[in-house]
Write a protein that binds this ligand. Structure first.
Ligand code: ASP
Length: 358
């Protein structure tokens, strides 16, 4: 079912197909089958500024994450466990703005936010401003399952992680040269002070590492997954380093239930990505689900209304992925690109990065 040996072929075919003949997306998963939809961030991600190698590396990263979620679901695992498994893979991949690979605050730290929500129970766990917990999504899940709270922040969240046995790391674990150079570049452009290189970071390379995918590509890149398991339950999760050069202590939409993350078996599950301040004010995730629940809108129409309509009208940038318990799968974004993929049990991964892909 999960034919990993087809991976390379799938990836390159997807890349070619997108440029030539768009393939129709599966928008409805059959009853009783699991389905996964994911994003790896939205922003100024353009074909012209991406090398073929990096394009493939991002696609391979998404493929690994979606298959990690699929493996849990194939073994009859729950939607919540599948979301965690997939997002851990993205947190461990330095290409994505979550876990290792998180962007820096303006003062040179990595402060991580994450959330998970179980649509069956409507329980949720979220964390903000974490600096020492290797996998913030697992901490969010622990908050949901092992505390009476919904949200923990800062050192209290990290201490809770340690108390439930989650791996702790030195903050320098989250350092990556690409993100550091990207921060320095942005701060210089904006005429803001450059913080000292963080303690514990490896020595600076003699020459800056290669320019990556364009000036904005590293500012965003949050990751999120929404799943429906075989039992028909929805779960959603989001994990991020937030926005590059944010003020320390700033919290985005990702760990705010109803803004960047939401799941309910009564309506849908959503994970969002973009400039969090807009998503918080528009309660994007909950609004999408409310349109489905109370107005009876199709999921794609609800995403289009909120992302293409409300968010765009407010001049906010970003996108969202979503799924309903009856198997509708949808995504939408108003940026030049969004890393995204979907997989339905028994099918092949459908993946896109740029706007001209289906
Ligand atoms: N939404 C995230 C935040 O504002 C950033 C992102 O999606 O890339 O923290």
């Amino acid at each position: 079912m999960l034919n990993r040996c087809l991976l390379t072929v799938c990836i390159s075919v997807a890349g070619l197909a997108s440029a030539q003949q768009p393939v129709a997306l599966i928008t409805q998963a059959p009853a009783g089958k699991w389905a996964v939809v994911m994003h790896g961030g939205a922003g100024v991600i353009e074909r012209s500024s991406m090398t073929p190698e990096r394009d493939l590396a991002y696609r391979a990263g998404m493929d690994a994450a979606i298959h990690a979620a699929a493996k849990v679901l194939d073994a009859n695992g729950t939607a919540v466990n599948a979301v965690e498994a997939g997002l851990q893979v993205l947190e461990d991949n330095p290409l994505f703005n979550a876990g290792k690979g998180a962007v820096f605050t303006a003062d040179g730290r990595n402060e991580l936010d994450a959330a998970i929500m179980d649509g069956k129970t409507m329980k949720a766990g979220t964390v903000a401003g974490v600096t020492r917990t290797k996998n913030p999504i697992s901490l969010a899940k622990a908050v949901m399952e092992k505390s009476q709270f919904v949200m923990l922040s800062g050192s209290g969240a990290d201490q809770f992680a340690a108390s439930v046995g989650l791996a702790q790391v030195d903050p320098s674990y989250f350092f990556t040269e690409a993100r550091w150079e990207s921060l320095v570049r942005q701060l210089k452009e904006e005429g803001r002070p450059i913080p000292p290189r963080p303690a514990g970071a490896p020595p600076a390379p003699e020459k800056p590492i290669a320019q990556l995918e364009g000036p904005d590509a590293h500012r965003w890149g949050t990751t999120g997954i929404v799943v429906r398991d075989r039992a028909g339950n929805i779960a959603a999760g989001t994990t991020t380093g937030g926005t590059q050069a944010k003020r320390f202590g700033r919290i985005g939409d990702s760990p705010i239930i109803g803004a960047g993350t939401y799941a309910s078996n009564q309506s849908c599950g959503v994970s969002a990505t973009g400039i969090g301040e807009y998503f918080i004010r528009l309660t994007v995730a909950r609004t999408i689900c409310a349109l489905v629940e109370y107005k009876g809108m199709r999921l794609q129409a609800a995403i289009d209304e909120v992302i293409g309509g409300q968010l765009t009208a407010m001049k906010g940038d970003g996108g969202a992925i979503a799924m309903t318990p009856n198997g509708q799968i949808a995504w939408g974004f108003n940026t030049p690109g969004m890393f995204r993929a979907r997989l339905v049990e028994g099918g092949a991964v459908q993946m896109g990065i740029y706007k001209d892909e289906p």
